[in-house]
Design a protein around this ligand. Structure first.
Ligand SMILES: [Zn+2]
Length: 286
């Protein structure tokens, strides 16, 4: 087949367009990973977002904020809980790998509230947690927490315990041991220096981890790593299972966002409706 000059020029032009478009797609930065669970109905992470639920390293280009951008939401009436039962901790296996839990294998009627990152630090958050009278765990990004330690110390006095969530909030899966060691061990050391406490637990950013992560967690002297059973976003609990109920031992993930008050309120109502009481994760890891 003999192509006319015009046809050949047109064909070469089309090929060039395809090549340039492909190159542009290959070099274009990946779209932001919000990791906010969108399927409030099921909460099951999709195949494309197996780590669903975690935030960006910084959801706001201007960085951490103490100013509400969405305005405080009315907390409504917080459920009242009796004291949690005397903990019957589980014994974590000895190394060389730390265990990672999506939920704790306990039979006591308890659930665990965990709050990640620390980007937004709003006065209403403090008021709410002082009023809630519940234990909770904060997995904080070390430099973010170090910029406003007073806020998180207030939350410690309200029942919160600070744990490790790395330095720069990277996806650790597939990263080399020295990098993971820096993020996890130095994150721990930094938070301990900032708050004068001893850390025991770790949550991998985005829930992304591998065997190296668990080895490093163990080598850094931390006892266990945690994924989650439910997430809370925009005041809605996203369940991981079809029964839409929080089960004993479930670990609930939420974040320091502008929707903090609504998210905590929704989590506590869900825990209460399930006949459970918030308990402290640290008390269940021996
Ligand atoms: Zn995170």
């Amino acid at each position: 087949m003999v192509l006319s000059l015009r046809t050949r020029v047109a064909a070469i032009g089309a090929l060039l367009i395809v090549a340039v478009t492909t190159l542009a797609a290959a070099t274009r930065p990946a779209p932001p990973r919000t990791h906010w669970t969108t399927g409030a109905g099921t909460g099951v992470p999709s195949a494309g977002a197996p780590d669903g639920g975690d935030d960006l390293a910084s959801p706001d280009p201007s960085g951490p904020s103490t100013r509400p951008s969405a305005g405080p939401a009315s907390p409504g009436k917080l459920p009242a809980f009796g004291p949690p039962p005397v903990p019957q901790p589980i014994t974590v296996p000895a190394g060389p790998l730390a265990p990672i839990y999506h939920r704790l294998p306990v039979t006591q009627p308890v659930a665990f509230l965990t709050i990640d990152d620390g980007w937004f630090q709003l006065p209403d958050d403090l008021t709410l947690m002082r009023d809630a009278h519940i234990p909770f765990t904060m997995f904080l990004i070390a430099p973010v927490a170090a910029k406003n330690p007073g806020f998180f110390k207030e939350l410690e006095s309200a029942g919160g315990v600070i744990e490790d969530h790395t330095i720069s909030h990277p996806s650790l899966r597939g990263a080399a041991y020295p990098f993971q060691h820096h993020e996890i061990c130095d994150g721990r050391t930094s938070l301990e220096h900032t708050f004068g406490t001893t850390l025991h637990l770790f949550r991998p950013p985005f829930g992304n981890y591998d065997q190296t992560t668990l080895r490093v967690v163990h080598d850094c002297g931390l006892q266990a790593a945690f994924y989650w059973s439910e997430t809370v976003n925009n005041g809605v609990v996203a369940y991981q299972t079809a029964d839409h109920r929080i089960e004993p031992g479930d670990i609930i993930l939420m974040h320091f966002r502008t929707t903090f008050v609504r998210d905590v309120t929704a989590a506590l109502i869900a825990i209460h409706n399930a006949g459970l009481t918030p308990a402290l994760l640290e008390n269940y890891i021996a």
